[in-house]
Design a protein around this ligand. Structure first.
Ligand code: GLC
Length: 744
């Protein structure tokens, strides 16, 4: 009996130690032990990440010598295991490599682009989507995913706005954290989890003119109040790594910027995750003009705090000598190596370096497709529905489906879709035919074959079909290639002959429903004005078709809200709701047409707006219609005189007063009315998506720490200054009840 107890005790101890193997104590000891056995070259090798799509023989050689720490873009599980076996069994210390990939909005089953996921305002759903993406990636040997992208994006000209969660700080923070939790779960390294990598640190969304890779001009205060908070949120959520941005920040490129990488990320936040450069970014320090050569680039980047070198071989080429010549202290190298090894321990690679055996084969499963459809459904924003054209009723017998995005299985997926399978895409045309052709006759004439198409030879056929139809549904927007990295646009209007197509359709005198699938908010004032109803679906992913079809026919009630302001004109960019008042906020706004001839220069007044396009967006952040109506009662605050350490508590009653079940997003904005520095006219401080059956009411309680109303004062100190704050509670950034509180 005693023997059995001893064995049991020993087993339990081993179990706890191995479980604790992912806990700091044991991991740090194991890292110490490993590092004590590693040569200088092997340590530098851990900081070397290469693209597996090229120079594979060279990579295999590095695997044998321990000269590489991570391989990107290999997604064949057998190839992953073949390469991993070399690292584990043939290298001097058997350190596994970590295989990485851009898994930005799905792997095989594509979710809506992140801008669309943001439009759901539903963190739980985004978490579920991230779980699915992680699982599909894990099935292919990926253990490190380069997402979430949480660059606050306020310029629709920037192609990468597609990858972000939009213009708002809180929305990027909460959606980014949801993705991190979905990728890593509470047990990072467990089967079907991947390590997250928040990107791009930091301020990439502020590229001048919306031109990708351009310089930025960001004050430290903007950094701290706008661009850094989402990264702090994901760091607090346990995000395993951060990727440095291509751009410079106040003249210093992010990959060599010790202020953000060391002073803030490490010293202020105590972040212990890995920092990895963006693709080639360390080499680009020479293009930026801050490094004379590769050796200087290596020194600047490592000393600033960039742990891993993506795809340039600069670290392996120069760090050993820089350290032997004592130009770079070995301690800097050791800190970076320790973080990389810790990432691998947290990823479970030392315990389970190979793919499987815990695979579940759940790639592109029916459950995953159903989830992708749910996310797509909640990502659709109804901007307009004049005369309640939608949902289409039983009187509709013939529907014309048209437009370049009606049956575009590739473009519907959007950007970052390398592992997708377009044969799985269900387009709107597919879904309308398969789901509704028994009830209505579906006519189809694309009119244009792709978004840039200038060939109007199909317009004759289109005109004829339009005359037969009861209702016309036009699917417009952008080809995927016009969005994403390196794909900025100066003119964000609809390309090709899409505008002419809408002109033709509107002349048919039939109700016109326009659906826009895009990777950004496009300018479409004319097209929208000619449409009776407008659905904005960004690029909705694999199951965008059924999601849209069910909304059009009323099986689903749209609940999306705009994560970005929709501009009237690109010239308004950057455009966002949380703007400053200025000393001359837009007052009496005239349009070009009502300016008198030979007018004296002062007749138009002197306030901040554009004479030709005004100052407001066509549709504001947070806006979105529903097939039902919701009422939000006057807020009832518990107290309106609070100290900085208090929590503002108030309640509202949300009522579904309409005729359909649906979901509303109750949004809470705050304005600091008078402060020592200029403050935004509104800032989103909380939001909650609530589903109510028709006629149902629900009391909602909100609790906002007054500390969340903070700013950075002239001394760069985070403070909440005393005085009046206005709290707005509504269903967009321009609506709602308000009440004042006073902070003493
Ligand atoms: C790209 C992107 C980055 C991506 C990386 C690896 O250039 O900027 O978002 O994760 O390279 O593909």
């Amino acid at each position: 009996m005693r023997y059995i107890l001893m064995t049991l005790l020993l087993f339990m101890t081993c179990l706890s130690v191995s479980f604790a193997g992912n806990r700091n104590g044991d991991v740090e000891a194991r890292i110490d032990s490993l590092m004590s056995r590693m040569t200088l070259e092997e340590k530098v090798g851990q900081l070397n990440q290469l693209d597996g799509r090229r120079n594979l023989p060279y990579i295999e050689q590095l695997l044998r010598t321990g000269g590489i720490g991570s391989i990107m873009n290999i997604t064949d599980p057998e190839e992953v295991d073949r390469l991993q076996k070399i690292a584990v069994e043939e290298s001097p210390n058997g350190i596994p490599v970590i295989f990485s990939r851009d898994v930005v909005h799905g792997f095989r089953t594509m979710l809506p682009i992140p801008l669309g996921m943001a439009a759901t305002f539903n963190e739980e759903l985004v978490y579920d989507g991230a779980r699915m993406a992680a699982s599909e990636a894990y099935e292919h040997g990926i253990r490190w995913a380069f997402a979430p992208m949480i660059d606050v994006s306020r310029d629709a000209r920037w192609g990468r706005i597609a990858e972000s969660f939009g213009e708002d700080v809180l929305l990027n923070s909460r959606m980014g954290a949801a993705v991190v939790r979905g990728y890593q779960t509470d047990s990072p390294g467990a089967p079907h989890t991947v390590m997250a990598c928040a990107k791009h640190f930091v301020g990439y969304g502020a590229v001048e003119g919306g031109r990708d890779y351009n310089t930025t001009n960001i004050t430290e205060r903007q950094l701290r109040e706008v661009y850094l908070p989402p990264f702090k949120a994901v760091a607090d959520a346990g995000c395993a790594s951060v990727m440095t941005a291509f751009n410079d920040i106040d003249g210093l490129p992010a990959s060599a910027n010790g202020f953000v990488l060391d002073s803030i990320l490490r010293k202020e936040w105590g972040y212990d995750g890995v920092t990895v450069s963006d693709y080639g970014a360390i080499g680009e320090l020479m293009k930026h003009g801050v490094a004379r050569d590769r050796e200087e680039a290596a020194r600047l980047a490592l000393l600033a705090g960039t742990d891993m070198d993506m795809a340039t071989k600069i670290y392996t080429g120069h760090l050993p000598d820089l350290i032997r010549e004592e130009i770079v202290p070995e301690s800097a190298l050791d800190s970076a190596v320790r973080r990389v090894l810790r990432l691998k321990f947290r990823a479970g690679l030392f315990d389970r370096p190979y793919v499987g055996p815990d695979l579940n084969g759940g790639v592109a499963s029916s459950e995953n497709m159903a989830l992708a459809e749910r996310v797509a459904s909640e990502s659709v924003v109804m901007l307009k529905n004049d005369g309640n054209v939608l949902p289409l009723g039983r009187a509709v017998r013939k529907v014309l489906v048209t437009g370049p995005l009606a049956d575009a299985p590739h473009d519907q997926l959007g950007t970052w879709t390398m592992d997708s399978d377009t044969s799985l895409t269900v387009t709107p045309l597919d879904a309308l035919i398969s789901g509704y052709a028994d009830d209505v006759e579906i006519l189809y004439e694309p009119g244009l074959l792709y978004s840039r198409d200038k060939d109007t030879s199909r317009f004759g056929a289109l005109r004829s079909k339009a005359s037969e139809a009861d209702v016309i549904i036009a699917f417009l927007g952008e080809e995927a290639i016009l969005t994403g990295e390196a794909h900025s646009l100066a003119d964000i209007s609809l390309k090709g002959m899409q505008s002419a197509l809408v002109e033709l359709l509107s002349s048919a005198g039939k109700p016109l429903v326009t659906v826009i699938m895009a990777g950004r908010p496009v300018t479409a004032v004319g097209e929208i004005s000619k449409s009776d109803a407008v659905l904005y679906s960004f690029h909705p992913g694999t199951m965008g078709g059924p999601a849209l079809a069910d909304i059009i026919f009323g099986k689903t009630n749209p609940s999306g809200k705009l994560p970005v302001s929709v501009p009237v004109h690109a010239g308004q960019s950057p455009l966002y709701y949380s703007q400053k008042s200025t000393g001359r906020p837009a007052a009496k706004i005239r349009s070009l047409d009502d300016i008198p001839r030979n007018a004296y220069q002062s007749v138009l007044g002197h306030s901040s707006y554009y004479l030709d396009v005004g100052v407001k967006p066509l549709y504001p952040f947070g806006y979105g219609l529903s097939y039902t109506e919701f009422d939000i009662s006057e807020p009832e605050p518990d107290d309106t005189l609070l100290s900085r350490s208090d929590t503002l508590r108030f309640s509202v009653t949300l009522t579904n007063s309409g005729h359909a079940d649906g979901a509303e997003v109750v949004q809470v904005y705050v304005r600091d009315v008078h402060a020592s520095l200029t403050r935004p006219v509104r800032e989103l401080k909380d939001f909650r998506k609530v589903f109510l059956k028709k006629g149902e009411s629900r009391r909602l309680q909100f609790s906002l720490p007054v500390s969340s109303f903070s700013m950075y004062d002239i001394n760069m100190k985070e403070v909440v200054e005393p005085g009046e704050f206005i709290v707005y509670v509504g269903n967009s950034s321009t609506s709602g009840h308000s009440f004042s509180i006073n902070v003493r």
